[in-house]
Design a protein around this ligand. Sequence first.
Ligand SMILES: Cc1cc2nc3c(=O)[nH]c(=O)nc-3n(C[C@H](O)[C@H](O)[C@H](O)COP(=O)(O)OP(=O)(O)OC[C@H]3O[C@@H](n4cnc5c(N)ncnc54)[C@H](O)[C@@H]3O)c2cc1C
Length: 443
Amino acid sequence: MKIVIVGGGAGGLELASKLGKKLGKKAKAEVVLIDRKPTHIWKPLLHEVAAGSLDAAVDAVSYRAHAYQHGFSFKLGTLQGVDRQRQCIQLAAVTDNSDLTSEEVLPAREESYDYLVLAIGSISNDFATPGVAEHCRFLDAPEQAIRFHDKLVSRFIRLNRKLAEGEDQRLHIAIVGGGATGVELSAELLKAREWFATYGLNKLQSHHLTISLIEAGPRLLPALRPEISESVLTELNKRGVDIKLNTQVARAETGALITNDEQRIDADLMVWAAGVKAPEFLQQIDGLSCNRAGQLLVEPTLQVQGDKNIFAIGDCAGFLLATDTLDDGSERQRWVPPRAQSAHQMASTAATNLLALYADKPLISYRYRDYGSLVSLSGYTAFGTLMGGLTGGSLKVKGRIARLTYVSLYRMHQFAIHGWLRVILLTLTDNINRFLRPRLKVH
Ligand SMILES: Cc1cc2nc3c(=O)[nH]c(=O)nc-3n(C[C@H](O)[C@H](O)[C@H](O)COP(=O)(O)OP(=O)(O)OC[C@H]3O[C@@H](n4cnc5c(N)ncnc54)[C@H](O)[C@@H]3O)c2cc1C
């Protein structure tokens, strides 16, 4: 039996690690993980990479080394097609563009499978807003977060020089989308300014960094409880973030966002974090169906509708939770939200089902459990709710407890891919590094 998993993110890497341990290591099945990148960074940390509080070079997991330790094999490649009849996938050629000339590293290839798991995540949705693709930055992938960080460093250095020369200047960053990514990035950037000032750019005062957080809806964090939105709004306001609610961006141009009512928001750096959609090529896979967000429709077992040999998990899977009838008689479909906890839970169910297929046993149905939501405002504070299994209801948390719970989500991901012993060692190393290493990546 050969299981091919495409996408080594929050869901795919957990699944590969589990199946590698249960099947690959015992030579019961061949488990192959394919990703377009050689290393893994847990996506919910990308705003920290962007601000510099996390160093991607230090924290990334090498797929190749991880695969060697966990009983699966890793192949570098970008999925670009699925041939369901022949049960194989097509991967694009890999080229090295890092030097003056680009050279082919791996040719375009095919990889056969008995079972295929698609775990390729999601991308930002710019809702076809003119100018956004050209002028805004996205935080979909580590390299985008790293590029943002590099730009942030050079902008801070330049600003510090101008201030030292007596010019009155500011760095203005505009973030579109008042969801968790926009909110958390705002706070990380405020903290980054503090650390840059500490680490030698001593002209930078708090008013030299201005952040606009733009949200089309009436409140921040629409997926969370209103009182959490209110607390976060108060906290960010207190720290000087300019929050613009009920503000729809109509287009982006060089150095500015233009709203529906032709208001101009000038910005040196613009980040688009206003929603996600599944990668578009999934809609072209012959015979498979997608929902409006482009996610592959899956059965309760997480097999895609219409093909029992293909599973989809995480952000690219469309799992219908319920269809609600609204007051006006119209219907609204509720889908499993594109979140790390969904990807984590789906990886567990897919692992159970692939093991069941191996052992010729019945498959189980996926059940989404909402354990709550947490937002971290960098080192300042954190807010959230813990729900269901953990609390038997809904519990509002803030401050240190919320921050510890937030950090524990990453530890749970690390546990799923590394096991307890390594998580204990990694936690110890991280604590030691807090003394040994700078608190912010300032280069
Ligand atoms: C800045 C930020 C903050 C977030 N914060 C939170 C949070 O606090 N809590 C929360 O629950 N969720 C959060 N999320 C959402 C969360 O990260 C995702 O829901 C989760 O990572 C989805 O997991 P996944 O396995 O489906 O995809 P991902 O983790 O995105 O992994 C997808 C993988 O597929 C690979 N890939 C993509 N396309 C291809 C291809 N064509 N061929 C080969 N490989 C491919 C990618 O390189 C990647 O490794 C955040 C997201 C962002 C961007």
